[in-house]
Design a binder for this molecule. Sequence first.
Ligand code: SF4
Length: 469
Amino acid sequence: MLKPKSAELFDEPGCEHNRGKSEKQRKLGCSARSLTPGAAAGGCAFDGAKIALQPIADAAHLVHGPIACEGNSWDSRHTLSSGPQVYRVGMTTDMSELDVIHGGEKKLFQAIKEIVQRYRPAAVFVYVTCVPALIGDDAEAVCAAAAERFATPVIPVNAPGFAGSKNLGNKLAGQALLDHVIGSDEPEASTPYDINLIGEYNVAGELWQVRPLLDRLGIRILASITGDGRFRDIACAHRARVNMVVCSQAMVALARQMKDRYGIPYFEGSFYGIRNTSDALRQLSAMLVRQGAGGELDRRTEQLIEEEEDHAARALEPYRTRLNGKRVLLYTGGVKSWSMVSALHELGMTVVGTSVRKSTEEDRERIRDLLGEEAMIAGQIPAKEMYRRLKAGEADILMSGGRTQFVALKTKTPWLDINQEREHPYAGYHGIVQLASRIDAELDNPIWLQVRRPAPWDNEKAATGRGVQ
Ligand code: SF4
């Protein structure tokens, strides 16, 4: 059942890049390259699906599989909630050898029962992992029976790790929302100023840097899919007038299908950097006006952009002179590999290289457009190679996730966390100022002067011409 579904998701007509391919290439999909052994550790399809849906804060997220699958992804991302915390509770059916022999359906039903009785969540998402998929557990039937018995929506997410990449998991998660959630409820009221944000996960609270801008314009986020999301809001998402896909090719299929089913137009945009943020607000406003909002929205949007750009430019002034010309090596993946580049360019920085791990072909093309032929665009950079580049002084700072921080620290190079574990939000006009301030603080940290000085024993060795005894 998964194969035709995956093929369909990769043959996405809403994807600009896909439209330019031949029919044969389209069928192959953008992430359909065969995975190398061990690649699932970098994010399997289950991981991708969980990442995409777990930010729905008032829902329980139950992983049906051996406990290690849940351990793989639980709580490693700083996607924040402004209210409920049930999404943060790690839940798994913890399948054992006996369940492999006898089947895990009863255990799954019991687990859903316990969750509903104990936490009373708005819904339960059930993630099917490799083991129950291989032994043939009918999770869909169990979810349907449990939903009826416990009067709570129970959503099956059929994205076992072996199905493919993390990117495919994101897509399958979007499909689960379409199949089981969106359109299943009605909002109390709808207005011509209602939008959905798709693919914004509220990492470190980035949604909260965007929401106040929209509030000032009178634009309502009907559903955030899925950062700081609420199940009922997403169930009502089909009443929005416009969908914005936030830096996420993986979720474009969801937006395209909402257009086909409910007639909601969509566009893709980003909130990283001043220009991207202003472009996104302009586009939102123009599309809402076309969808029935008052024409004065455009004027108010321009006014807000002018004020905010002016404010951001003044706040960035002290950083611009200090950061101008500083060289960055970006080692991230997915959409951040390109969306961060334009934000760094606005700070006057030079991006000497970026990685395209887990990026789709569309992400890669955007990077090539932004960086031209000169900068390094790499897939995986082995630690040894990264060490060599940093040691040779090819970059002033490494911006990456926590796993590579020690390569930077060993070469005495400043490092900034820009992955999902980060503590600081970088979206919108305030976010770019925060990003500049964090980069500046890392570059200017007095520790670099100290650690780059020769050690006392090296000085002694140089003075005496002998090694220290
Ligand atoms: S779903 Fe499969 S590939 Fe993913 S963590 Fe679990 S066992 Fe590993």
